[in-house]
Design a protein around this ligand. Structure first.
Ligand code: PXP
Length: 234
């Protein structure tokens, strides 16, 4: 199982004081050396952490793959088509939220999301839709011609003893895999709750940010990434 490391909160620290540090290029080098399989960044509409310039600076530096998280807006599709990340993950976005809340309502916005997917995929970008573990949303993702989905693990991450939530994620992953999608998962995963999700073997990749960057304060980025990979059994 692959590990994509979300570096948004390294940029959050930088933006807190508008200093040039911590430097994202150096961070990417360390994270990749530690064995990460991808680098995820979320260019939010309010630019609270990752900035447009970061995308231009990091695209030639990232050796693994760049996964650009973004809202389904005209502005973001245009930026993605200019940057040309290997992957785009389309997420819902609300300005007032602390972090992404809930999955994308693909079924309720089918035509527009299909249009965004079509333009990105025509350019050769793999498109992932960040959705709740629901068959309705999986079918909608297929109807949009997305080739990847990312299952929102936030509910389980907040309630890790909840077997019903784990079963919901497991059956959504199995269903989507049988329907031919590449299935990723993420949100809220940490060193305490990742093992049960990593045991779902059909998951292609976990995307983890906050917990790894927070752990890095104590043990360094290199160890924080390696510890997570060990827990994932990869
Ligand atoms: N996957 C998606 C689609 C996200 O929006 C986020 C948060 O930006 C993550 C994964 C990573 O979540 P966390 O920072 O809680 O690990």
């Amino acid at each position: 199982m692959k590990l994509g490391v979300n570096i948004d909160h390294i940029a959050t620290i930088r933006q807190a004081r508008l200093t040039p540090y911590p430097d994202l290029v150096s961070a990417v080098n360390i994270i990749e050396q530690a064995g990460a399989d991808g680098i995820t960044l979320h260019l939010r509409e309010d630019r609270r952490h990752i900035q447009d310039n970061d995308l231009y600076a990091l695209k030639p530096v990232i050796q693994s793959k760049m996964n650009l998280e973004m809202a389904a807006t005209q502005e973001m599709v245009d930026i993605a088509l200019e940057i040309m990340p290997q992957d785009c993950c389309i997420v819902p976005e609300k300005r007032e939220e602390l972090t992404t809340e809930g999955g994308l309502d693909v079924a309720g916005n089918l035509e527009w999301i299909k249009d965004c997917c079509g333009r990105l995929r025509a350019a050769g970008i793999d498109v992932s839709l960040f959705i709740e573990p629901s068959r309705e949303q999986i079918e909608a993702a297929i109807a949009c011609d997305a080739n990847v989905i990312e299952i929102h693990t936030g509910g389980y991450a907040n309630d890790p003893g909840n077997e019903a939530l784990l079963e919901q994620i497991t059956s959504a992953v199995d269903y989507a895999s049988e329907r031919g999608l590449i299935v990723n998962a993420g949100h809220g995963l940490d060193y305490g709750n990742v093992t049960a999700i990593a045991a779902i073997k059909t998951i292609n990749e976990l995307n983890i940010g906050h917990a790894i960057i927070a752990r890095a304060i104590f043990v360094g980025l290199d160890s924080a990434v390696k510890e997570m990979k060990t827990l994932m059994g990869s």
